[in-house]
Design a binder for this molecule. Structure first.
Ligand code: HSE
Length: 425
């Protein structure tokens, strides 16, 4: 039996979940892996705060050095969230040669280069399964199980809050603002929902995932990002009529040396496996040159699911003789030789409001035709107040060409009211 002395940085929802799992599952962990974890110190902001789990008061401290600098503590678990001071505390722990296990996608996506160099320099381990999609073992699957593949494409529902909102908008026909309010009341969305609904959370995750999948650093700031706050129920309904479901997808594709990485609302055909991922569940659909298509599905957030990933990392770290580090060049730039394109190709959904008179449809199709864009589906609804509703889906087209066409279409007689990308056709 081996005992590993552990310190926590933070003890909120995730920290309490890890505390609970380590205690409840102690015997099984010991039996399965011969390792026992002994928690020595827990950094908290407020010692008096009431917690879900009864954590002995003598373990709590407000001094980070009690965790990061204690020579007895071998493994530091970070659950503070946010970029600072979590990054600084993790750097300190790594500099002290300790293994760091983190659930913090923001700190990792923004400061991976710093954390990784500290880990390498001090021969320390840095593990982050819980940072991307909670309980779903997508990090380990990518770096271990899929080593034999060149991963060419990842499409993920990596944010449970937005998937919950879009699922309800779709199933009930409710408006975004009403569902968001409800989600906040139920504790499924934060009081300030920006990080989730504007796609930051998903962008951190796809930056991390695509870096591992492509063996090349894909920094957060090259990820195109558009959230769901402008989504209108009418588009979800028209999409449904045409056989599509709307999801907030995090997408990364690599073709040769060209990469695109993006987060945006996306229609996918109802036959695509990702359409079955509803509510706050997450899923990652990927394609490797040898494994072909694959989908991982599960809980992407929550106290116990996230604890499941943290404790799995602790066991993984404990089982390794030397720490595991990514193979890509460690800085915060896009890898040399690679380029990021903002001219990705997919289908596009356009909803237009137009004067109901001769020549309008010809104008629309000419503008699209001039950009080499071909129409796949088209429907027109009866005019309301003299304005017809036209909805179309294009065949595969370039983002820049579609933007040019939209600019040419727009005028007093026609307005493109929404443009939504379509993947998986
Ligand atoms: N806020 C995230 C979500 C969970 O809604 O999925 C943590 O990344």
């Amino acid at each position: 039996m081996r005992t590993i002395i552990v310190g926590f940085l933070g003890c909120g929802n995730i920290g309490c979940g890890v505390w609970k799992l380590l205690n409840e599952f102690k015997e099984d962990l010991l039996h399965r892996s011969g390792v026992e974890f002994s928690i020595k110190k827990i950094l908290v902001r407020d010692i008096a705060k009431k917690r879900d789990e009864v954590v002995p008061r003598h373990l709590l401290t407000t001094n980070p050095a009690d965790v990061t600098d204690d020579p007895e503590i071998e493994m530091v678990l970070e659950f503070m969230g946010g970029e600072t001071p979590a990054t600084q505390y993790m750097l300190r722990a790594l500099q002290m040669g300790k293994t760091v296990v983190t659930a913090n996608k923001m700190a990792l996506a923004l400061n991976w280069h710093l954390l990784q160099s500290a880990a390498e320099k001090h021969n320390a381990g840095l593990y982050y399964e819980a940072a991307v999609c909670g309980a779903i073992p997508v990090i380990r699957t990518t770096i271990d199980s899929l080593q034999s593949n060149r991963i060419e494409e990842i499409m993920g529902i990596v944010n449970g809050t937005t998937n919950y909102i879009l699922t309800r908008m779709s199933q009930e026909g409710s408006d975004y603002a009403d569902v968001l309010r409800d989600a906040q009341r139920l504790g499924l969305a934060e009081p300030d929902p920006t990080s989730d609904v504007e796609g930051y959370d998903a962008a951190y995750k796809i930056s991390i995932l695509s870096s591992l999948a492509f063996h090349a650093r894909v920094p957060f700031d090259v990820v195109y990002r558009q959230g769901i706050s402008q989504i209108e129920t009418v588009d979800i309904a028209y999409g449904k009529e045409l056989g599509y479901t709307l999801k907030l997808l995090a997408i990364a594709k690599r073709q040769g040396n060209v990469i695109d990485a993006r987060v945006h609302p996306t229609f996918i055909p109802d036959s695509h496996p990702l359409t079955s991922v509803n509510g706050s569940f997450n899923a990652i659909f990927l394609h490797g040159h040898a494994c072909d298509d694959m989908m991982l599905f599960g809980r992407g957030a929550g106290s116990a699911p996230t604890a499941s990933a943290v404790v799995s990392d602790m066991l993984y770290a404990a089982s390794r003789e030397t720490p595991r580090h990514p193979t890509f060049r460690n800085n915060n730039e896009l890898a040399e030789g690679l380029t990021v394109t903002d001219d990705w190709h997919c289908s596009f959904y356009l909803r237009l409001s137009a004067s109901d008179r001769p020549g309008i449809m010809a104008h629309i199709t000419t503008c699209l035709g001039n950009e080499g864009i071909s129409i796949r589906n088209l429907m027109q609804r009866d005019a309301v107040d003299g304005r017809a509703q036209i909805v179309l889906i294009t065949h595969d087209a370039g983002e820049c060409a579609v933007r040019n066409a939209v600019e040419a279409i727009n005028g007093p007689d026609v307005q493109v009211e929404s443009m939504i990308r379509v993947e998986g056709n």
